[in-house]
Design a protein around this ligand. Structure first.
Ligand code: FMN
Length: 325
């Protein structure tokens, strides 16, 4: 079983941090549907340090989602240390440091993937965070900044030396963004370089891929991102598959109930307008490949208010259910 510090996970399938997606309602659903651990969206260490209301809201959690990890990003060791203390005090089980975000707004401040170009600074940050909090600490990296500077193994060794409890490796370079493929060989090499748990990430598109990544690379657990927003059942499916059980396939009524659930808790959590925008994006993913979905998807992209969103959603699912009887 996978253990991160003193936290023992129910299984080895973990929800990746995704800005704009892994908010509280989504994490609750994913935990209920079987992920071993869930990560928050990345949270600005500076925002936590300054006690900014909007940033602090990212820390709102629910006992039902635990164990729960909060990811922070920043470039200043002392601010990162204070932010980690704020996260720990908020009740999060695990603190994570973002060393992989390639977005310019983040890297231009020296945070995220920019730290791959400056392992000395990264070391100062991890050391400061480690000294500041007792919660288990994970660090999420990419393979390197570019394909000419693959430094994942050096970074992983440094992370281990700094007494972090696990390293998460998204096996793409920062300059790749999300293009091309993840190079799982790098995960194998990282696993060979350290003794702390290694969590592999990148291109797990179906439950079988999760098992394949662990078998092929020897990694201790896997982190799933984009596939979870298309198929929130993927964690349970992978865990079942690992036990040798057949894959569970949710029926239309269950999909409908999940969507309505998520929608209701999103409106409570982030307000009607944001919930509508978030659901619009998610619905396009959830319905991909379902019968008649392309016409529905077209209608969905036009939706501008809550009432129409609910009625289009209801119409589509009623039609789907009728087709099934
Ligand atoms: C919309 C979106 C937002 C993301 N936000 C974050 C983030 O906040 N922190 C982070 O470390 N990675 C972030 N990622 C990267 C994912 O955690 C993950 O490493 C990446 O998607 C590769 O995994 P996958 O192939 O399973 O999707 C994000 C990815 C996406 C698609």
């Amino acid at each position: 079983m996978l253990k991160i510090g003193n936290i023992e996970l129910e299984n080895r399938f973990i929800l990746a941090p995704m800005a704009g997606i892994t908010n509280l309602p989504f994490r609750l659903i994913i935990r209920r549907l079987g992920a071993g651990l869930v990560y928050s969206e990345m949270v600005s260490a500076m925002g936590l340090y300054l006690d900014q209301k909007k940033t602090m809201e990212y820390l709102i959690s629910d006992p039902a989602e635990r164990p729960f990890a909060v990811q922070i990003f920043g470039a200043d060791p002392s601010i990162m240390a204070i932010a980690a203390q704020v996260v720990e005090k908020s009740g999060a089980d695990i603190v994570d440091i973002n060393m992989g975000c390639p977005v310019k707004k983040v890297t231009k401040t020296g945070s995220g993937a920019a730290l791959l170009k400056s392992l000395d600074r990264a070391k100062k940050i991890i050391t400061a965070v480690r000294a500041a909090c007792e919660a288990p600490l994970t660090v999420k990296i990419r393979s390197g900044w570019t394909s000419d500077s693959i430094i994942a193994c050096d970074a992983a060794r440094m992370i281990e030396e700094c007494r972090a409890n696990a390293v998460i490796i998204h096996a793409r370079t920062a300059s790749q963004g999300y293009s091309g493929y993840a190079d799982w060989d790098i995960i194998t090499r990282v696993k060979e370089s350290v003794k702390i748990p290694v969590i592999g990430n990148g291109d797990i598109n179906k439950p079988q891929d999760g098992l394949k990544m662990m078998e092929q690379t020897g990694c201790d657990g896997v982190m799933i991102g984009r596939a979870a927003s298309r198929n929130p059942w993927i964690f349970r499916q992978a865990a079942e598959l690992e036990k040798g059980n057949p894959i569970y396939v949710p029926g239309i009524p269950e999909r409908r109930a999940l969507i309505m659930d998520q929608y209701k808790s999103l409106t409570t959590c982030i307000g009607d307008r944001k919930a509508m925008l978030c659901m619009r994006g998610l619905m396009l993913k959830y319905t991909k490949g379902l019968p008649g979905s392309s016409r529905f998807r077209e209608a969905f992209t036009q939706i501008k208010d809550l009432d129409s969103l609910i009625s289009v959603m209801d119409r589509y699912f009623s039609a789907l259910e009728e087709r099934m009887v």
